[in-house]
Ligand binder design. Structure first.
Ligand SMILES: Nc1ncnc2c1ncn2[C@@H]1O[C@H](COP(=O)(O)OP(=O)(O)OP(=O)(O)O)[C@@H](O)[C@H]1O
Ligand SMILES: [Mg+2]
Length: 231
């Protein structure tokens, strides 16, 4: 295994009396693609959010080791520092894209770079390159509602890449797509992450999506089952 980019130890998270994570240990190596699978309510999204510093665990630690620089204990950072880490070091793709409907495809992508301090001109240029690389040339100026589900997900993928994030977190990125479109979106997601030496952590219910990743982690009742299969 390459050096771990994410290292989680003893993660526990409860919501009221619901124990979403019941003690999770996990390592994600740099450049691998990891699928997280499990029944509805098993804790997948909670795990993704804790790994990505969206949610703070009640106990346990998450250490992120960037390609350059010193390891960061994500779970110990305050709100502002975690928010900055997410903007600068992580990319996100969710089931419904969470794109801004009032903005065009290119504006949605460029915005992610602009909020990290990149100028509008530079951000727009980079956004155009990512959209073209993901097969969306000619659709830059369409609003999100004028794109198909698969096209909108590729805009979300471009947005997750534009800051050069080392780790991309995706939660059911193909959950709303038919199987052909789902396969195309996975092509785009894998090409733009592991294909560029980046790391992908993807929550999915779809065995075909998981099969394309280098490893699957099964979660059940807030715990990891077995050791994770390496393809
Ligand atoms: N913000 C919250 N407030 C209260 N309970 C929550 C919250 N988030 C998650 N839970 C509970 O924690 C448990 C794990 O939820 P989680 O969203 O991680 O499941 P999941 O595996 O992603 O499920 P699905 O496949 O349906 O998306 C569930 O019982 C859920 O109801
Ligand atoms: Mg979920």
């Amino acid at each position: 295994m390459n050096s771990p980019v994410l290292h989680a130890h003893g993660l526990v998270k409860s919501f009221g009396s619901t124990r979403a994570l019941a003690g999770i240990d996990l390592e994600v190596a740099s450049g691998e693609s990891v699928a997280i699978m499990g029944a509805s309510g098993s804790g997948k999204t909670t795990l993704l959010h804790v790994l990505a510093g969206i949610t703070r665990p009640d106990a346990g630690r998450v250490i992120f080791t960037p390609a350059v620089g010193t390891p960061v204990e994500v779970s110990a950072l305050g709100e502002g520092a975690r928010s900055r880490l997410r903007r600068e070091s992580f990319g996100f793709v969710f089931q419904q894209g969470l794109l801004i409907p009032e903005l065009t495809a290119i504006e949605n992508v460029a915005l992610a770079a602009m909020i990290t301090g990149v100028s509008r001109a530079e951000a727009t240029q980079r956004a155009a390159r990512w959209l073209a690389a993901l097969g969306l040339q000619g659709m830059e100026d369409r609003r999100i509602g004028e794109l198909s589900g698969g096209q909108a997900q590729r805009v979300a993928i471009a947005r997750a890449q534009i800051t050069g994030a080392g780790v991309v977190f995706a939660d059911e990125p193909t959950g709303a797509l038919d199987s052909t479109t789902s396969s195309e979106v996975m092509d785009a997601l894998l090409w733009s992450t592991t294909g560029q030496g980046r790391t992908l952590v993807v929550v999915t219910h779809d065995p075909q999506v998981a099969a394309r990743c280098s490893r699957t982690i099964a979660v059940r009742d807030g715990r990891v089952q077995g050791a994770g299969v390496t393809a």
